[in-house]
Design a protein around this ligand. Structure first.
Ligand code: NJP
Length: 234
């Protein structure tokens, strides 16, 4: 306990559920996403059991340079950073590769790949200094199963996997444990946009997958440089 966690994508969906679960396990959470209202809802859920979070409204693409000061500013405020969870993700428009608009491309690459690099860059020093630094990055089974119209999403998540697995080798001799997690199909806004008309009632909920993600952030966790898969690709 006393751990400090930085969670992106914390305004809704999987990131929000992970933040609540980490806070329930005693971590002090710094919540990142663009939507202030969503961050406040996550904070409300955390306050329901007597903890509280720090809200950091931030566009990981348009304000990408602000990612660079996250590590130092968290160190200044809390004196430690133990956990990074990058759950923010961008689907992009589901269109043929030849039809992807530059703005959609920039957004998808920015959230899924460039933010991954920038988060690693700013968080590695404090994670190294932590007794049990942990990092989890949300990926997808789509990487292994290319599908028409999912090119930007799949390509950027493939890039993310390569980058994280490379970084994991580089920090293997430290106390940091870094992994990727493929959640399978989860009923979130992203899933609803990707599969309009689908009945979400039978799908996993964000709260169903949050404990497994929080487990990867635990000080006892030994897995490193792996891709943990929670369910089949839908
Ligand atoms: O998505 P969703 P999920 N700057 O849309 C944030 C992966 N995954 O929970 O900024 C900052 O509910 C956005 O916040 P806001 C998926 O690829 C999922 O399903 O306020 N933040 C929100 O908090 C992703 O990596 C499924 O709009 C930005 C969050 O990202 C992760 O799981 C299957 C941002 C997205 O929440 C969580 O996705 C799979 C920006 N520019 C992989 N853009 C699944 N759900 O079935 C977005 O294989 N965010």
């Amino acid at each position: 306990t006393g751990q400090v966690a930085l969670v992106t994508g914390a305004s809704r969906g999987i990131g929000a559920a992970v933040a609540v679960e980490l806070a329930r396990r005693g971590a002090r959470c710094v919540l990142v996403a663009r939507t202030q209202g969503g961050l406040e809802e996550t904070d409300d859920a955390i306050r329901a059991f007597g903890a509280e979070a720090t809200l950091l409204p931030l566009d990981l693409v348009k304000q990408a340079d602000k990612i660079d000061v996250l590590g130092p500013s968290i160190m200044e405020r809390f004196g430690r950073l133990d956990i990074l969870v990058h759950a923010a993700g961008a689907l992009g428009a589901l269109t043929p590769v030849s039809h992807i608009m530059p703005r959609e491309w920039t957004e998808t690459v920015g959230v899924n790949l460039t933010a991954t690099w920038r988060l690693i860059r700013t968080c590695e020093p404090p994670l190294r200094a932590a007794p049990a630094g942990r990092a989890v990055f949300l990926t997808t089974g789509r990487v292994a199963a290319p599908k028409a119209y999912w090119g930007a999403y799949g390509a950027t998540k493939a890039g993310m996997e390569h980058l994280v697995l490379t970084w994991a080798q580089e920090v293997a001799s430290t106390a940091i444990r870094a992994n990727l997690l493929d959640p399978g199909v989860v009923a979130t806004r992203m899933r609803a946009i990707a599969m309009p008309g689908e009945d979400p009632s039978g799908l996993q909920k964000p709260a169903d997958v949050a404990p497994a993600i929080a487990d990867l952030c635990g000080p006892e966790e030994r897995r490193h440089g792996t891709i943990v898969r929670l369910g089949a690709l839908g």
